[in-house]
Design a protein around this ligand. Structure first.
Ligand SMILES: Nc1ncnc2c1ncn2[C@@H]1O[C@H](COP(=O)(O)OP(=O)(O)OP(=O)(O)O)[C@@H](O)[C@H]1O
Length: 333
């Protein structure tokens, strides 16, 4: 067939015959497919076999290909290491491109939802599920980052984008903790909606939290921690702040922080995380008084945990005056 140079094929006697170059290309594609598996499970020959499914995942994972489709569903395997696949260049590569034209990626799913919303003018939903430590929180952050970079922006929109992004460190400080399975495990469910205007720019959003594991405040299993915020204030809080809150810079002093016998975690820097959270509180709209009130409540929980009682002539007395002094200062509405 003349004029089909790029594919370099010839039509002879009703057959398509590949030239040497094309044959080599097809063979190398087949070898590559053998090595890296298929990028969509629906292309698996033995698509009903669980073993074939796992083997395909394993092959891809070995090549640092953590994403695979099942049709329009994205399967992701946590690499537990930084892969260079979340750069701005990657975002550009997926922007406005059809789902199946590029290799599977969380950005492709994000872009597809965004474009469907704009073209169909209908709300879209991305559901992320998996066991603890699977990478759900990270995936949701990648989606937000993708929208923050690729959606149209104005000064007002930039503020919204900043708030959307900065809501994460605050949510994680108050709702995440180290568990045996995940150093940064979300101890709550999250429903987040982002609203866009007719030009496709983000103009607002809601985050609804549910099923927060409140019991963790008073008890942690061995090897686990309380919510990050307690350690962040103690490790990172300025001297002045700690004095006002009546806190000591030693997590071991607080009953609610010693149950799990795990004050430090190598993958977490409470001190620098505190700086991020303090800044984020301002970005998402808390003024200084509100922050102070919030921190007073956090400190009062720690003081409450240290309150001690004694029994005297069938009366119960509180023997820890310092804790009562700081607790009394907290305005509980
Ligand atoms: N795409 C990724 N690339 C590199 N590391 C990742 C990725 N996704 C997750 N991780 C690593 O795995 C850890 C656990 O992931 P994440 O907190 O997102 O899990 P999760 O599914 O939200 O867990 P949980 O249900 O306990 O909150 C992260 O702290 C990070 O170190």
């Amino acid at each position: 067939m003349k004029g089909t140079k790029p594919l370099s094929m010839e039509y002879r006697w009703g057959q398509v015959v590949a030239s040497d170059g094309v044959r080599a290309m097809m063979e190398s594609a087949l070898t590559a497919r053998d090595r890296v598996g298929v990028q969509d499970f629906v292309l698996l020959e033995n698509y009903t076999s669980e073993a074939a499914f796992i083997e395909n995942l394993r092959k891809r994972f070995k090549e640092n290909l953590i994403y695979t489709y099942i049709g329009s569903v994205l399967v992701s395997v946590n690499p537990y290491k930084d892969l260079e696949i979340y750069t701005k260049n990657h975002m550009e590569r997926y922007r406005g491109v059809n789902f199946y034209e590029v290799s599977p990626h969380i950005y492709a799913v994000s872009d597809n939802a965004y474009r469907s919303m704009r073209t169909e003018r209908k709300d879209q939903c991305i559901l992320i599920s998996g066991e603890s430590g699977a990478g759900k929180t990270e995936a949701s952050k990648k989606i937000l980052q993708y929208y923050a970079v690729t959606c149209p922006a104005s000064e007002h929109v930039q503020t919204i984008k900043d708030r959307l992004l900065q809501s994460n460190p605050v949510l994680e400080a108050f709702g995440n903790a180290k568990t045996l399975r995940n150093d940064n495990s979300s101890r709550f469910g999250k429903y987040m909606d982002i609203q866009f205007d007719f030009k496709g720019a983000p103009v607002g959003g809601h985050i609804i939290n549910y099923l927060l594991e409140k019991s963790r405040v008073v008890h942690q299993n061995h090897g686990e921690r309380n919510f990050h915020i307690f350690y962040q204030i103690i490790e990172g809080g300025e001297e002045d702040l700690l004095r006002r809150l009546g806190l000591e810079r030693n997590t071991q002093q607080y009953q609610y922080l010693v149950k799990g016998n795990c004050p430090k975690v190598s993958s977490i820097s409470d001190r620098s995380d505190w700086k991020v959270v303090r800044k984020a509180l301002t970005v998402i709209g808390f003024n200084d008084d509100e922050v102070e009130e919030l921190l007073n409540i956090i400190a009062s929980v720690l003081h409450l945990g240290n309150v001690q009682y004694s029994e005297e002539e069938s009366y119960t007395h509180i023997t820890s005056d310092i804790q009562i002094k700081y607790l009394a200062r907290v305005r509980l509405n």
